[in-house]
Design a protein around this ligand. Sequence first.
Ligand code: GKR
Ligand code: MG
Length: 418
Amino acid sequence: MRITDITLTPVAFADPPLLNVMGVHEPFALRGILRMRCEDGVAGLGESYGDRAFLDQVRRVLPRLVGHDVFDLPGLRRLVVEELGGSVLTDEHGLIGGYSMRKTVASVYALFEVACLDAQGHAVGRPVADLLGGRARDAVEFSAYLFYKYGAHRGAPEDSWGPVLTPEALVDSARQMVGEYGFRSLKLKGGVFEPDQEIEAIHALAGAFPGHPLRLDPNAAWTPETAVRVAGELQEVLEYLEDPTPGIGGMAQVAARTPVPLATNMCVVDLGNVEPAFRARAIGVLLSDHHFWGGLRATQALSVTCESFGIGLSMHSNSHLGISLAAMVHVAAATPHLTYACDTHWPWKTEDVIVPGALEFREGAVAVPDGPGLGVEIDEDALARLHENYRRCGLTKRDDTMYMRQYVEDFIPHTARW
Ligand code: GKR
Ligand code: MG
């Protein structure tokens, strides 16, 4: 079934001032929405990053896809490699994980692969999870992704979450999120305050939510020495500690000195990192992400690799919309080894490009949509509105550090500083 037409629409959606090691989220998060039309009126949707450098790479490949068969995924990958071989995109989505040509190709291919799988599902009348081998679970569990945050964007009124800068406010925001979505696992984005303040915050969450698995992710803000100390202080309450320190070597040093499993979406970000990280016993859990690991099928292959070596599998998230959530749900449902609750930024957004209702959170989990393909549809008015946001906001890349300097003039990212 051949592709007859393909369009890429950049969109921007409102995002609160969430804090992390690099700075603070800007007023809008960017995404790229891909729409594919095929013979017989079948359509496919994809979603990925929306920064200009990424969109430019995608646009280079687009003309070559017209006439391509959506069932020919190896051929699709060859087209992407032929067109982009040699390109390397920088990557701030994982907050400075590694980048490479292989990762660039994997990211661009992934966007197309999801749209092809959606189209395949529509063509044969089956959900994407069925095309990926069938459901290992009917609903996919997610974690509450907690952030410290400012109360308002520069010059704007306070948002509905208000400021979250103390353990008390953090516990309140967790209560709000758990109350609304029913999450069990709670993840705190750390690397914002001194480690002792973040230790106190995790203890406050443990006290307020007994029995809930807890995670802390400072995006490599600490030295190995500090990471070992924090892990020691929190070892009774953490499900895992995510990227406490940079690099496979640093992570391995920490892992050797703590029983707390270390997780990563920064030091293992493509296949080239797998062997050295596993050999060094640097991690216990890998956070997959189909957007940069080469799509849904590559995520499943990665899962088999992890299972073979006794490494757990979780899922990473960036600010995203409903097409991405649908893809995350289908692949997680069809990947038996993906047993950790997945990350999602979903609760932080207030608008979307899909028709509401297809993806609902119940007890912290999203049921796999039953309809064909991804099971989500574009809301044309919403897509036009979010594209207009994109045109007006003037952002072309994520830059949490530059924006942070509007709040704290001399801000320097905290990477491996503490
Ligand atoms: O949205 O600020 C954020 C996150 O810090 C994101 O950029 C990270 O890539 O969620 C991610 C993570 O787990 O490191
Ligand atoms: Mg992380």
